[in-house]
Design a protein. Structure first.
Length: 401
């Protein structure tokens, strides 16, 4: 039997809400009237999935930013929130996000706030998102907060896409190089080896080395693949632990070239997130707590949480941030100036824009450096194998002459 969610008013004038089982909407209204409840709104309860499905895995950041931008435009135009959500649910191409929006709309109709309703879908709308929406609802500036959220998400997506694009080429070239080397050592080199054995004579040292590697791979490639797979699984499991995540994120910050890129990305993300939260009306304590949890790096998160502890003791933000050893001196100085002038949010925005440009420049430089290096690496690897195989042939030709 269908279930209906309703909001009504009792005979004493008190608002009530809940759900009722009935064969139809008319029957549900009739049953509520018999219980002396005047119906204000009533709707069919959305079907609940019984399977354990991870929403977050099916919704991209670009989907959420598009939804946020559309919701901001519709609410600023004066449309009721529930109507906005119902329209977006019907127009959203992503079925997972559409289902979540429908459920959020249903929760609001029975008296929930938008932030609380979104909080039930934490794998889609994270803590940063829900806290900003809550601040927007409390201040009566929900559409303005949604616009800032959309801009924040679009900038984050653009930065992530740029880094991902920069890393795609070297990864593909590296995979091709490894595959070519494995195929040559496993299938091609053994044919040459048989020919050399039949001909007899002393082989050059490079040829002996390549043939030894080929012999090893022929007999132990499955064991090597198993060890590599086990190593990857063990590393992923270690990264899920608190200690492992802290260690690996610390190593990321120390890797030459890539570590500096990681640090600049983290500083840009920190500044942008904290600025967006403060501008939206979230308190500095709560904003720092959210920023720490969304920093993306455990070392930076730990440093921000220590900063948070010291701020509650009466210190400014700049002083404990300096002690973390993560943030560059320029960032510390600009934050200190922002605190003194009372314009911290705007100063953080400037820091974010500066480091975004720094990340863009670093990514462009990294791409221009990696491309020739990877081509050189591929050419040296494949060329080295070919030359080592042809050396005995050249030697034989010299003997014949």
């Amino acid at each position: 039997m269908p279930k209906f969610l309703y909001v009504g008013v009792t005979s004493s004038g008190k608002q009530t809400k809940g759900q009722i089982d009935a064969a139809s909407k008319a029957e549900a209204i009739s049953l509520l009237r018999k219980n002396k409840t005047r119906v204000v709104t009533i709707r069919v309860k959305p079907l609940e999935l019984k399977m354990n499905i991870s929403f977050g895995s099916g919704v991209k950041l670009s989907d959420i930013s598009r939804f946020t931008r559309q919701l901001a435009a519709m609410t600023s135009a004066g449309l009721p929130l529930v109507q906005c959500l119902d329209i977006l649910a019907s127009q959203t191409a992503n079925p997972v996000l559409a289902r979540a929006i429908q459920q959020i709309s249903g929760d609001i109709q029975v008296g929930s706030t938008l932030a609380d309703a979104m909080g039930k879908h934490s794998k889609i709308f994270n803590q940063l998102y829900c806290n900003m929406v809550s601040a927007g609802e409390a201040s009566g500036n929900l559409d303005g907060v949604l616009v800032r959220l959309a801009e924040y998400q679009e900038k984050a997506e653009a930065l992530r896409r740029k880094i991902k694009t920069a890393m795609t080429y070297p990864v593909i070239v590296g995979i091709i190089a490894v595959l070519v080397a494995v195929i040559m050592l496993t299938f091609i080199v053994p044919k040459f080896a048989e020919m050399f054995v039949d001909l007899g004579g002393e082989l050059p040292l490079p040829t002996k080395i390549v043939m030894g590697i080929s012999h090893f791979m022929q007999h132990y490639i499955l064991i090597m693949a198993g060890i590599a797979a086990a190593g990857i699984i063990a590393l992923r499991q270690y990264n899920k632990t608190e200690k492992g995540k802290l260690y690996i994120d610390g190593v990321k910050l120390k890797i030459p070239i890539f570590g500096e890129l990681e640090r600049k990305s983290a500083v840009s993300r920190f500044s942008q997130t904290l600025s967006t939260l403060l501008t939206s009306g979230v308190t500095i304590i709560e904003a720092l707590s959210i920023t720490a949890k969304t920093s993306g790096n455990k070392v930076i998160e730990k440093g921000l949480l220590r900063t948070l502890e010291k701020i509650t003791g009466g210190l400014t933000i700049a002083e404990p941030l300096k002690d973390t050893g993560v943030f560059p001196p320029m960032v510390i100085q600009m934050i200190a100036v922002g605190e003194k002038t009372g314009d911290l949010a705007d100063m953080l925005t400037k820091i974010s824009e500066f480091y975004k440009e720094e990340v863009d420049a670093a990514v462009d430089a990294l791409t221009s450096i990696i491309e020739p290096i990877m081509i050189l690496f591929l050419g040296a690897g494949v060329g080295g194998i070919l030359i080592s195989m042809y050396l005995p042939i050249f030697n034989m030709m010299g003997v014949i002459k």
